[in-house]
Write a protein that binds this ligand. Structure first.
Ligand SMILES: [Zn+2]
Length: 458
């Protein structure tokens, strides 16, 4: 890119996805397992401005962008409107076999999805180098692999659109650019994001929310029963989270039900899609200027329908909705006992159950070695197995203890104070002291005593 005063400088970029999942183990109660954070930090703190990239002020690049954008616009229009007859003309005669067919299927699959926006943008990032000789092999005058994004939003449920990467190869023939391939180029780690419509026909249920805030559940016809159950739960779950968190959140959600492990991996990331995971919440980076996070999605795993009970399905949904509600107030790297304990506290809030049923792993640990002597550490949540289960259960019990002992408003205030990012032990102690009037050690001591009392109740 030329260093040109007339070209707008790209906004500093920070793309963040937060992963959250809830495990399927436990005694009839969902046990939250692991949360992990994935940060793609490219050197800035501000989220990338949405929308199409501006030309960069170089006539050669401008020409490429204008020409390529024309085929991208037509591609998006054809898929969004189901105009499959218009698709073949957009593809290079030597396009990768199957690429056109998959786009025709995609257009049909997405016919029921109420997009508020569906478009392709060319980003300002450097292009992916294309192997030499490819233009000749295609008989093209130019080939180009710019950084392309699919920008889409769901009408009503999305306050703003989200952008997902597309690895795209384009070839120019005369004045026209054509689509060649959307799989990763050799040597590039840029991938094409696949949405529910890439995995089969999509069916949707819209849930009328309060004050014109509809939520939506998307999935495939094979998951209709689960989609119906979640749609039936969703309105109450949103209201429940609002009761505890307050009204300063979107109070709506986009929920996806994955039909296969491959789809689940695509929607939440391959590191976060194990077979014991019930649901994951993901989002784009938080825009601190507007205090919002785009791309918030709650994704249920293909295993969830068969393994969640009515009770655990509702608590998982509330738990994930809590993350959605709190996302703009939550920085990555914050103490996870606070983030997860609070989400589980709202998830289980009002559910009548014995302490040992909600926290069986913790109860067993207390019986073996006594009550906790420290706050759960962030690494415990990623350890898997009983270590992670105990970390989640301990965090839930800690939040429940704080609410019981100090009241919900102070639990809420503690969340907002501790969700601001990584803290030192000294900072943690002083923030806890500022809200609860006792430091970390005092909190742990009284919490440990409370746990013993809970477990000794008949
Ligand atoms: Zn969680």
């Amino acid at each position: 890119m030329p260093d040109d005063d007339h070209s707008p400088s790209p906004a500093p970029r920070r793309r963040v996805r937060r992963w959250e999942w809830v495990g399927l183990a436990g005694l009839g109660i969902a046990v939250a397992l692991v949360l992990s954070l994935t940060t793609f930090d490219r050197g800035g703190d501000e989220p990338e401005a949405p929308g199409p990239a501006a030309p960069v002020g170089n006539p050669y690049d401008d020409g490429r962008r204008t020409g390529a954008q024309a085929v991208l616009d037509e591609w998006a229009r054809a898929v969004r409107t189901g105009d499959t007859a218009a698709l073949p003309a957009l593809f290079d005669p030597q396009a990768t076999p199957g690429f056109l067919d998959s786009e025709v299927r995609r257009a049909d699959n997405a016919a029921q999805v109420p997009f508020s926006e569906f478009a392709y943008d060319i980003g300002l990032e450097p292009e992916t180098p294309v192997p030499s000789g490819l233009a000749d092999a295609l008989g093209a005058s130019d080939v180009w692999a710019p950084a392309v994004y699919l920008r889409y939003g769901i009408a009503g449920a999305d306050a703003q659109s989200t952008r997902k990467p597309v690895s795209l190869l384009l070839a120019r023939h005369g004045d026209e650019w054509k689509l060649v391939d959307d799989s990763p180029l050799p040597g590039s780690n840029r991938e094409t994001w696949r949405g529910p419509w890439d995995f089969g026909p999509v069916t949707t249920r819209t849930v009328a929310g309060e004050e014109g805030r509809p939520s939506i559940v998307l999935g495939h016809p094979e998951q209709s029963a689960m989609i119906d159950l979640i749609a039936a739960d969703l309105g109450d779950a949103v209201a429940h989270v609002t009761d505890v968190w307050g009204e300063d959140w979107s109070r709506r959600a986009v929920v996806m039900v994955a039909g296969s492990q491959e789809e689940f991996s695509s929607l939440v990331g391959s590191d976060h899609s194990g077979a014991d995971i019930a649901a994951v919440a993901v989002s784009d980076a938080v825009d601190h200027r507007s205090g919002t996070a785009s791309g918030q999605r709650i994704v249920f795993s293909p295993e969830a329908a068969g393994r969640l009970t009515d009770l655990t399905r509702v608590s998982v949904l509330r738990h994930e909705l809590t993350h959605v509600a709190a996302r703009p107030a939550t920085e990555d790297g914050s103490p996870m006992w606070m983030l997860e304990g609070y989400a589980d506290y709202i998830g289980y809030h009002g559910i009548e159950a014995r302490f040992g049923d909600l926290a069986p792993t913790l109860a067993a640990e207390v019986a073996r070695t006594g009550p906790p002597t420290a706050l759960p550490a962030n690494e415990d949540f990623r350890a898997g197995g009983d270590t992670a289960r105990a970390a989640y259960e301990s965090s839930w019990s800690l939040a429940a203890f704080i609410a019981a002992e100090y009241g919900e408003p102070r639990l809420d205030e503690l969340y907002r104070q501790l969700a601001r990012g990584p803290v030192t032990a000294t900072d943690l102690d002083s923030r806890i002291r500022g809200i609860l009037g006792t430091g970390t050690d005092g909190l742990v001591d009284s919490w440990a005593g409370w746990i013993k009392g809970q477990l000794s109740r008949p």
